[in-house]
Design a protein around this ligand. Structure first.
Ligand SMILES: Cc1cc2nc3c(=O)[nH]c(=O)nc-3n(C[C@H](O)[C@H](O)[C@H](O)COP(=O)(O)OP(=O)(O)OC[C@H]3O[C@@H](n4cnc5c(N)ncnc54)[C@H](O)[C@@H]3O)c2cc1C
Length: 463
């Protein structure tokens, strides 16, 4: 068995959290080994953020082609060439992964291919595909092995009729009909894509609304838009069972209803990849498989940290980046502050998009805030009218205090939430934002208008 190191840091997992940590650590003068058993970039680049957003963009092009006459443009929608869509998606993914691999190499990070496991508080053994083992010593180990799709008890994902998001990204045809189990971000995004591609889609969600973690008014707006698009959903009812049929799959719900479709996408969440990592032997504590950490991503073992989907923080690539950077800076002797997870922007890239930052009205009330709020309808925003999108920007603020939450629905609002994040994280007062001039005509004016109204000086507001 070959030995390497000691490295200052050994990072286990080359996804968003792991590679961000590695890049920041070498910037701070550390020597780093990055262990990856699959492709650099992890879930986000290979099976998550990037391929799904490519599909969503193809879906948008399909819808725009169908609706071209509305804008006076002659175009005929002839259908979806799935091979063409997949070639486009795969090219976006492969060029992005290649770019990342080049960046990592150019920074002098040693990429070690294989499956790693802890064999002590500063030691990782990596088993390559050919069975060869290599031992890596690190002054510090960063666990960043991410997450994988999970299912419900008794519901087996067979990859044929009952699929996960991994399989959904590899489909070679547009299904005639799909049941999406789970109305969270992943389920809603796939429902949006498949509907644009022409499938009949039904979402089943046990909680009372789609995107149950979002502001209720945003969920309701999305539901209205989905209803208009012909996406069906069954809310507040639990999945009871699924069985494959000659034509596909039959799903029964606790209310006795049965739904038939060609495919069932299981999108009920993702679980941590922590089995077989040697955590217990190394003394790393877990809860439901997630590695337990403090607010600086430290495990109970002084030489081991953990970041990304492996720890119970929001499962987002940019959270992984931030946690990876935080750990690198802590190990680099800087003094990074803990992450304020409320201040992390969240986007669902469906049509329409749903975006938010800060807290919901419900959470603000639970925390004892007295609130004022304004909902600015995109009907009053000329750029949204030009795009033909409907939606809203809702801002909640503490009475005589800062903005606490910004919640948006509409085409392209994901791009607007970056401003929302500055407003929330700099604890801006509505009156301060109202002083800022937004360019006309843009959708960003809706953010400005909402704050003008909240500051008591509404401009383009009826009634
Ligand atoms: C369909 C889908 C869409 C998504 N869309 C978005 C989005 O739009 N925006 C967003 O912010 N987030 C999105 N996410 C979530 C995002 O992908 C994750 O939050 C992010 O990838 C987590 O990063 P990570 O580094 O923790 O884990 P991962 O990206 O999962 O990386 C972990 C890496 O560790 C490797 N690994 C695991 N075990 C070992 C081992 N023992 N040895 C060596 N290597 C190992 C894996 O191969 C993997 O490459 C999406 C996820 C999915 C599934």
């Amino acid at each position: 068995m070959a030995n390497s190191g000691p490295f200052d840091i050994v990072v286990l997992g080359g996804g968003s959290g792991g590679y961000a940590c590695a890049l920041r650590a070498v910037e701070l003068g550390k020597s780093v080994a990055l262990v990856e058993r699959d492709r650099l970039g992890g879930t986000c680049l290979n099976r998550g953020c990037i391929p799904t957003k490519a599909l969503l963009h193809a879906a948008e092009v399909a819808d725009q082609t169908r609706e071209a006459a509305r804008f006076g443009v002659k175009a005929a929608f002839e259908g979806i060439d799935v091979a063409g869509v997949n070639a486009y998606k795969d090219k976006v993914v492969s060029t992005t992964v290649k770019g990342l691999a080049g960046l990592i190499k150019s920074k002098g990070i040693e990429v070690v291919e294989g499956t790693g496991r802890l064999v002590g508080p500063t030691t990782v053994v990596v088993t390559a595909a050919d069975g060869a083992e290599r031992t890596l010593e690190g002054g510090h180990i960063v666990l960043a092995t991410g997450s994988a799709p999970r299912s419900l008890p008794g519901l087996e994902i067979d990859g044929e009729r009952i699929i996960s998001s991994d399989h959904a990204l590899e489909l070679d045809h547009v299904p005639g009909s799909v049941i999406v189990l789970g109305g969270g971000v992943i389920g809603v995004e796939f429902a949006s894509v498949w509907r644009s591609f022409g499938a009949e889609v039904t979402i089943v969600e046990a909680l009372p609304h789609l995107l149950p973690l979002e502001e209720e008014s945003s969920s309701k707006r999305l539901e209205r838009a989905f209803r208009k698009r012909g996406i069906a959903f069954r809310l507040g009812t639990r999945f009871q069972g699924a069985k494959t049929t000659p034509g596909g799959v039959a799903v029964t719900l606790e209310d006795g209803a049965t739904i038939d479709a060609e495919l069932l996408l299981v999108a009920v969440g993702r679980g941590p990849v922590s089995d077989g990592l040697g955590l217990a032997d190394a003394g790393v504590e877990t809860e439901r498989g997630f590695v337990k950490v403090d607010e600086l991503c430290r495990t109970g073992v002084p030489t081991i940290s953990a970041v990304g989907d492996l720890i119970p923080t929001p499962q987002l690539a940019h959270v992984g980046f931030a946690e990876g950077i935080l750990v690198a800076e802590r190990l680099g002797g800087l003094n990074p502050p803990p992450i304020d997870y409320d201040g992390v922007p969240r986007i669902t890239y469906s049509d329409p998009e749903v975006a938010s930052v800060g807290i919901t009205t419900e959470t603000a009330r639970e925390r004892g805030h007295e609130l004022k709020e304004v909902t600015y309808d995109l009907a009053g925003n000329p750029k949204s009218k030009i795009l033909g999108t409907q939606g809203e920007v809702k801002v909640i603020a503490a009475v005589d205090g800062p903005v606490l939450g910004i919640h948006m629905v509409g085409a392209r609002v994901g791009e607007l939430i970056a401003e929302g994040q500055l407003i929330y994280n700099w604890e801006a007062l509505p009156g301060e934002v109202a002083q800022l001039i937004h360019p006309h005509p843009t959708q960003s004016e809706a953010v400005g208008e909402a704050h003008l109204a909240l500051a008591g000086k509404p401009l383009h507001v009826h009634g």
